[in-house]
Structures are given as C-alpha cells and as structure tokens.
Write a protein that binds this ligand. Structure first.
Ligand code: GAR
Length: 193
C-alpha cells in the first residue's frame, strides 16, 4: 500500500520539487505524492506539480473561510500525511483537528529559535553561528509542535545572507525527503505535544 502524501505550499516550491524528484528516483520510500495545493495561483510549487503530472489545485486560504475548502480538497485526495512545505499561512482549527497526527511542517530554523516569518533573516540578523531547519508535527501553537528531526547549518566568516540561505535550503531538501521517507516506512510515529 502506498503511503499517500499531499503537499501544501505558497511559494517557489523547491522543497516540493525535492520530494517529487525523490519519488521519481525511487528514494522516497513507500510515499506517493497524490496532490499539491497552494494559496498562490502563480506559485512555483503548482508549476512543479504540473511538470510531474500531479494533481495541482489553487485555492485562496483564510482561516475563517478557507479551511472548509482546504478540508474538502485534501479529503478528496485521501492522503496519509499532509506536508506543509513553505505554506505561509497560520493553519486554522478545521485543518488542525481533521489532520492532527498527520500534519507536518518544515521551518527554516532550529526550533524553538526564530519562530514565525523570515526565520532565516532573523537568524542572520541575530548573528548566530549555527542554524538549520526543523520538521515538526503541527499543533495550534505557531511553529510549536513536537520536533520530528532537525538538521544543522554552520555560518562561517565567508557566508553572505544569500549563501546562508542557500545552505539552509540544501539542508531542508535533504531533511524533508528523509523524514517523509522514514514516515512512509513506519520508522517515525506521531508524538503529540
Ligand atoms: C522554506 O525555507 C520553508 O522552510 C519556509 O518557506 C520556504 C519555502 O521554500 N517555511 C516557512 O518559513 C514556514 N514558517 P520552497 O517554497 O522553495 O519550498
């Protein structure tokens, strides 16, 4: 039985692309990507979905009115796991309740440091020498659910803001693919916070 995953995102979709590539290379374990949903019609993430011939849906999101539409679309794909990969919205209660234990998020810092928007910029401005990325279960607290795994990135004297960001993205692509693969083969179980 494939382990079906849906991806939700807002932006360029490099992490979704890493998952799509891993699936097509046979390195995503039992995972099968069944659809990609975005709140941005012109997003790169939807282009990647179409390039890989996956179901691609655009839907405006608002916590008050958008949750129902998102619930309907995700339910129609019947995924085992929903992956938030660059979804720049605060998830509403409908999604949280329906997908508890099956909803993970990728964040570009070593949580609990630098929660919220522009985590990479926050870490750079703070001047940390070690940062990284986190995949965690989603709960009602912003970037607050139980950590599944993290990957570290060192900031050296030679780094610029851009090179630091590029390192974070490389680490994210590896981490997210690895976590989804491990979930798909039952190596990771849900841990409520
Ligand atoms: C990633 O860096 C991800 O960690 C971040 O958005 C970027 C999406 O990149 N997510 C958040 O900041 C969520 N709080 P992508 O669209 O290229 O995958």
């Amino acid at each position: 039985m494939p382990y079906k995953i849906a991806i939700v995102g807002s932006g360029r979709g490099s992490n979704a692309h890493a998952l799509l590539k891993a699936e097509s290379n046979g390195t995503l374990g039992e995972a099968e990507i069944v659809g990609i949903l975005s709140d941005r019609e012109d997003s790169g993430i939807l282009k990647h979905a179409r390039d890989f011939e996956k179901a691609a849906r655009y839907e405006r999101y608002s916590r008050k009115t958008g949750d129902a539409a998102y619930l309907g679309i995700l339910d129609s794909w019947a995924p085992d796991l929903v992956v938030l990969a660059g979804f720049m919205r605060i998830v509403g209660n409908g999604l949280l309740e329906r997908w508890e234990g099956k909803l993970i998020n990728l964040h570009p810092s070593l949580l609990p440091s630098f929660k919220g928007l522009d985590a990479i910029g926050q870490a750079w401005t703070y001047g940390v020498k070690v940062s990284g990325c986190t995949v965690h279960w989603v709960n009602a607290d912003l970037d607050g659910g139980c950590v599944i795994d993290q990957s570290t990135v060192l900031i050296t004297e030679d780094d610029s803001r851009d090179s630091f960001e590029a390192k974070i993205h490389v680490a994210e692509h590896r981490l997210l693919v690895d976590v989804v693969r491990r979930l798909s083969v039952g190596e990771i179980q849900y841990k409520p916070s």
